[in-house]
Design a protein. Structure first.
Length: 102
C-alpha cells in the first residue's frame, strides 16, 4: 500500500522522503564539489602512484556512499544507513582535503 503525503500534492510519500534525503546531503555535496575542483587543479602534478592511491580510496568511498544512498532511498528512516552515509561523506571530504595540499 502506498502512503501519500498530505502537503505534497500527488507525489507519493516515498518520493517526498527521497527528496528530503537529497536535501539533507545537498549542502555537504556542495562542499565536496569545491574540494573536488581543487583536487582536479593539482592532480596533474601527482605521481602515478599517488594518483592510483587517491583513485582507489575515492572509489571505495564512493561505493559506500552509493550503497548508503540506495538504502536510504528504499528506507528513508534507516538511522544506520544515514550514519553510514555521514561517515562516508566525512571520509570523502577528509580525503579530498588531505590530497588537496599535495
Amino acid at each position: 500500500m502506498r502512503r501519500w503525503s498530505g502537503g505534497e500534492g500527488s507525489r507519493p510519500a516515498s518520493q517526498v522522503e527521497a527528496s528530503n534525503i537529497n536535501d539533507r546531503i545537498f549542502e555537504r555535496t556542495q562542499v565536496i564539489n569545491y574540494w573536488n575542483q581543487r583536487i582536479e587543479m593539482t592532480k596533474a602534478r601527482w605521481s602515478p602512484k599517488m594518483r592510483a592511491n587517491f583513485d582507489d580510496s575515492m572509489r571505495e568511498i564512493n561505493e559506500a556512499v552509493t550503497k548508503s544512498l540506495d538504502e536510504l532511498n528504499r528506507n528513508p528512516h534507516d538511522e544506520f544507513s544515514e550514519q553510514m552515509l555521514n561517515v562516508s561523506l566525512n571520509k570523502k571530504l577528509e580525503l579530498l582535503k588531505d590530497f588537496s595540499d599535495l
